[in-house]
Design a protein around this ligand. Structure first.
Ligand code: HEM
Length: 406
């Protein structure tokens, strides 16, 4: 029997994403288990429209490597609105190959492991500085606002070459953009302001180039006519949007999961082996899979996936949290075990659109979590677990606030 969250939809279809049990904030909604076990794919309502939900691990990977499932949100039937102001250029995240591959390739060199490792000392300093400020303000503190949100936004401004004098403007608008409490209209205003700022920054970097992503794109791609100035500003905005909310929610929700599983926290806090930390982060990425309503596609032709016929023009959502908890992927999927091998997880997606910033995200988490646990060994929740406000219906799952004491 299905335990799906009912909707007011006249079709009686269940809602996607489903609602989690407040007592187990880390577990995907119970109905996802039924959906994985049922034949074919699940039909559900998401953003007011019916679509197919892909929940089995093997089907998730098949969907994400199928060129007949398009990422182009301008196509009719695409499941969700991008929410960006209509006059902004299209980002390659919402394009298909070969155009997507051509534009993505221009950024891959900027986000390699080698490049990202060069930023590690700066990220370490950011983590330490934000903790100093949080400690100085006194307890309790909101770890989301004081630590988890500001680190990724400062990291992106470092990557793009946003001058220090503009950090406050950049931080303020990027926090507004990714804050769970901001309205859609507020988000449009913030993304418009950031795009305008980035376009102006492109102009400044043309005159005075620095050692940063925007300056290199201008020198290597705008100069050759491969990219316009607007494309470069859009790349910056896309990196900010894609890399901020995801990393921030992973930091905060991982902290919560580690507070609830102190033995697992101790493994990260007490080791001086970076490989143990790196492995633990992979397992946290799998176990928490924060991109819960984030990966959408539309069929460009009729196709069969997971035993289900999908018609051309029908929308599909790829249920990454369900895929990463599939017992066909790994044993004891509902346990958090930071020592296990969770390689092959799909928290960063799969296939041609697989997360471009994954090395950066890993490095940020490898710095942020051990630093926090080691500097504040007495860290604890300042409110009962049941009182936390969870991001049930947001694209990226997590906690709205995380009040902590130490
Ligand atoms: C824990 C943090 C992160 C998670 C869980 C995450 C997850 C994802 C997922 C699931 C996708 C695939 C979307 C799809 O197939 O439609 C994606 C794409 C992407 N991510 Fe991340 N991401 C994270 C951090 C970052 C960071 C730090 C950056 C860059 C600064 C970034 C940049 C991107 C970009 C540019 C894409 C689009 C790639 C493409 O379409 O080719 N992400 N991410």
């Amino acid at each position: 029997m299905s335990t799906s969250t009912p909707t007011n939809d006249p079709t009686g279809l269940p809602a996607f994403p489903g609602k989690r049990d407040a007592r187990c904030p880390f577990d995907p909604p119970q109905e996802y288990t039924d959906w994985r076990e049922a034949e074919g794919l699940q039909r559900a309502v998401s953003h007011g429209e019916p679509l197919w939900v892909v929940s089995r691990y093997a089907d998730v990977r098949a969907a994400l490597s199928d060129p007949r499932l398009s990422s182009d949100d301008r196509r009719p039937g695409y499941p969700a609105s991008s929410g960006k102001p209509g006059d902004l250029p299209q980002s390659f995240q919402r394009m298909d190959d070969p155009e997507h591959a051509r534009l993505r390739m221009m950024l891959t060199g900027e986000l390699t492991i080698k490049r990202v490792e060069r930023m590690r000392p700066d990220v370490q300093k950011m983590a330490d500085d934000f903790l100093d400020q949080m400690i100085a303000k006194g307890q309790p503190a909101d770890l989301v606002r004081d630590y988890a949100l500001p680190i990724p936004s400062l990291v992106i401004s470092l990557l793009l070459g946003v001058p220090y004098s503009d950090h406050e403007f950049f931080q303020q608008h990027s926090n507004t953009l990714t804050d769970a409490n901001t309205t859609e209209q507020g988000k449009r205003v913030a993304s418009g302001a950031l795009f305008g700022y980035l376009l102006e920054l492109v102009g400044r970097k043309e005159r005075e180039p620095g050692d940063d992503l925007i300056s290199r794109l201008i020198g290597e791609r705008v100069a050759t006519g491969e990219l316009t100035r607007e494309d470069v500003a859009m790349d910056g905005l896309m990196l900010l949007i894609a890399g901020h909310e995801t990393t921030a929610n992973m930091t905060a929700l991982s902290t919560l999961a580690l507070l609830v599983h102190p033995d697992q926290a101790a493994r990260i806090r007490d080791t001086d082996d970076p490989a143990v930390v790196a492995n633990a982060i992979e397992e946290l990425l799998r176990y928490l899979t924060v991109p819960q309503d984030h990966v959408w596609r539309v069929a460009t032709e009729d196709l069969t996936l997971g035993g289900q016929l999908i018609r051309a023009g029908e929308g599909v959502t790829v249920n990454l949290p369900a895929g990463n908890r599939d017992p066909a992927f790994l044993d004891r999927p509902d346990a958090l075990d930071v020592d296990r091998n969770s390689r092959g997880h799909v928290a960063f997606g799969y296939g041609t659109h697989q997360c471009l910033g994954q090395s950066l995200a890993r490095m940020e988490l490898q710095v942020a979590l051990p630093t926090l646990l080691r500097r504040l060994p007495g860290l604890r929740l300042a409110v009962p677990l049941e009182e936390l406000r969870l991001r049930h219906d947001m694209a990226v799952y997590g906690v709205r606030e995380l009040p902590v004491a130490w």
